[in-house]
Design a binder for this molecule. Sequence first.
Ligand code: PMP
Length: 401
Amino acid sequence: MNYNKLFSQVVSRSKASAIRELLKVIARPDIISFAGGLPAPELFPTHEIANIMQDVLTKTPKQALQYGTTEGQMELRTELVKLLKETENIDVTTDQMMVVSASQQALDMTARLFVNPGDSIITACPTYLGALQAFHVAGADITGAESDAYGILPEDLEAKLAALKAQGKQCKFIYLVPDFQNPTGTTIPEDRRIQILEIAQKYNTFILEDSPYRQVRFEGTSPRTFYALDNGRGNVITMFTFSKVFVPGFRLGYIIGPEDVIRKYVILKQAMDLCTSPILQLATGEYLRSGMLMQHVKEIIAAYREKRDLMLETLAKYMPKNVSWTRPEGGLFLWLTLPKHMNATDLLPKAIENKVAYVAGVDFYPQANVFNDMRLNFSYPTKEQMVEGLKRLAQTIKDNL
Ligand code: PMP
């Protein structure tokens, strides 16, 4: 049987993720990896999870082990509505929210819900490559708008929207990771968010706000979310996830948006997986209700702040003069820029020979046209690995300057 003749167009549009392919190579124990986006496993609240799971199975076994509603367990959504009010001053009802199997599913669903092959969307440049993958699979025509140290540039965003309009094209949505962006670590300030919202409204499109790292802030104060700034006008759909503040293995996240749009997501999700695991939703709801989540977030912040500081210190000590990097106020990543003539993709095999790994920046660009930067993760390596790994990386760069 020749399957190649039978695959759908979607398959021919999908390519393997560079990161996921790379993760296989760098799983070798002798390699120090800054490549993944993995939370520190030593921080997982394993005992608390075991206790809560036991509790959930004792108190509500039938609900925990039965199919659940596609919208998500009401116990969890009720807790999330409270959390959003308390921490973000966001007013939503449980009908304006649905639980998803983490943000990646929300990205996939959003693409299916809004994008026909050939439809235009805009993202920042660079942006999260998993989102680019999901949008590519849907056949989106992706335009990247330029960014600076404060995220997407409103002037360029408007120019790109105007150019699409001049070609008679409607931008379906603007995808943004406004807080401690993956991959650059940058955060969009509030005044810029307001400007971006106005531009989106002017061009009749909406903001898809994806903010997995928002709660992991080391210092300073958070600008309001796009969702809060929009103040119920229906111009924003926002997705959050428990992957970075709790555990990624639960595959749990949630979307908020206008009720009629959430209903469409629900219909789509029915066809995809019927529901997200009820037992994991109930356990997470209980983790939230008991106050353990907020406590845990504090521990994560303290641990990652130390690691971020150590990464910045070590980079300053060992990197050659013409290399620069961002200084994120939170999240899991920073973005390192090599001199223009260097190519981070070509450098990677040499780094791996020196037993250190990173993700080359090119895959984060919608047009894959910038080659001299790389993403470094600081949450996963231990402090010892961090120093040793960055020494190796600095040496690799010096040897190839
Ligand atoms: N969006 C962004 C910006 C991310 O960085 C990630 C994961 N690294 C995701 C979505 C997907 O996360 P998850 O599916 O685990 O919620």
